[in-house]
Ligand binder design. Sequence first.
Ligand code: FES
Length: 127
Amino acid sequence: MTDLQSNTAPGRTHFIVSAVVEEFIISIPSLDARFTCRSDQTILKAMIGQGLKPLAIGCRNGGCGVCRIRIQSGDHHSLPMSRSRVSTADEAAGIRLACRVYPASDLLIEPMPLTSLSLGKSQCRAA
Ligand code: FES
């Protein structure tokens, strides 16, 4: 969330921008895993930063598709994802790349099995 305020003094305009960073809980019930994630970091980055590995780790930049997840509940923002990794049908079904998702609430997610789609042209290896 970003608040933007302006204050107009004679001959000057001042802008004050303050960013509010929130922290949310990411839960993976099938793996009995939970970790925290700030609103300014991706799910994968938060997981790696806490030394956890419930999700596969690859390129960390949306290129390999190994971090595919299904978001079962919760609000989030996603950066653009390669259609070779997440099709429009996948996206409609809640599939995202954990390295491209920022939480906007607590999230309930599930890792998605690797498929020929997500492995297609990958040059990354899961860690
Ligand atoms: S780690 Fe490669 S797409 Fe997310």
